[in-house]
Ligand binder design. Structure first.
Ligand code: CP
Ligand code: NVA
Length: 299
């Protein structure tokens, strides 16, 4: 059987997402006792910092009977210029799967092309599919599903926003993104999503949040954009998710943030710590959903 990678949400069909989530529910309820990763190793390459992704993948691999190797790109030969195809070929002889977090998305595609084992995108500048899978799982858990729901994104049209566009394309919910001019998500992903779902990109946060069932945001300066932080703080004035903005959403709306958060910038304390916030469930769900993914791709 051909190996399968997970580089973007669009690598999955709607039915595969549902099957993955049903398995993740069993794992979360501790009704799943199998060890499909027994004797197997997941290599985790990180060119950027991580708390949730690193810990949830490492713990997840262990709980499934396998092990995970943390490989900082600074310490392995990739950091000294060893070609990605060579790294892919060598790792394929030692381990059973690779999770990679890096800057340029093309590097992940190149790694996947040359590896004979599954490759998982643990975040690039372009997308963050593992996070949005966990977010969708959290939406299903909190609201019963995404069908007929309006999902709002407020802030940067970044990797997270792009993965939400892919999710809208695969699952067909309504997505409204409010981004300042010059910070819109990928045009190509937007156009693809528009063919399958109702998608709106606006500069007005209120328009995105009005009647929304999920309100979602993320930092204004992502990893690698630290030098732009001050300019971005100016560009994103008015895009803070605060209690007044949340009042425009559906009364049963939930608030999501992939974390880490810059409290006082993209979100206020009262919202992220408030009754509508599901951010800790969202973080926890990374573990359950990624375990289901590891069992499916590597088991
Ligand atoms: N949300 C997320 O991916 O967190 P980390 O950067 O801590 O992995
Ligand atoms: N957009 C953020 C997500 C962090 C999990 C970043 O890329 O830094």
């Amino acid at each position: 059987m051909a190996k399968r990678d997970f580089l973007s949400i669009s690598d999955l069909t709607r039915d595969e997402v549902v099957r993955l989530f049903d398995l993740a529910v069993r794992m979360k309820r501790r009704a799943y006792r199998e060890t499909p990763l027994s004797g197997k190793t997941l290599a985790m390459i990180f060119a950027k910092s991580s708390t949730r992704t690193r810990v949830s993948f490492e713990v997840g691999a262990y709980q499934l009977g396998g092990q995970a190797l943390f490989l900082s790109s600074r310490d392995i030969q990739i950091g000294r210029g060893e070609p990605i195809p060579d790294t892919a070929r060598v790792l394929s002889r030692y381990v059973d799967g690779i999770m990679i977090r890096t800057f340029d998305h093309h590097e992940v595609e190149e790694l996947a092309r040359h590896a004979t084992i599954p490759v998982i995108n643990g975040l690039t500048d372009l997308s963050h599919p593992c996070q949005v899978l966990a977010d969708l799982f959290t939406v299903r858990e909190a609201l019963g599903g995404w069908e007929g729901k309006r999902i709002a994104w407020v802030g940067d049209g970044n990797n997270m926003a792009n993965s939400w566009l892919e999710a809208a394309e695969v699952l067909g919910f309504e997505l409204r993104l409010a981004c300042p001019e010059g910070f819109e998500p990928s045009r190509e992903k937007f156009e693809r999503a528009c063919k399958k779902a109702r998608v709106l990109v606006t500069e007005v946060p209120e328009e995105a949040v009005e009647g929304a069932h999920v309100v979602n945001t993320d930092v204004w300066a992502s990893m690698g954009q630290e030098a732009e932080a001050e300019a971005r703080r100016n560009a994103f004035k008015g895009y803070t998710v605060d209690a007044d903005l949340m009042k425009l959403a559906d009364p049963g709306a939930i608030f999501l943030h992939c974390l880490p958060a810059h409290r006082g910038e993209e979100v206020t304390d009262d919202v992220i710590d408030g009754r509508q916030s599901r951010v800790w469930d969202e973080a926890e769900n990374r573990l359950h959903v990624q375990k289901a993914l590891l069992a499916t791709l590597m088991g």
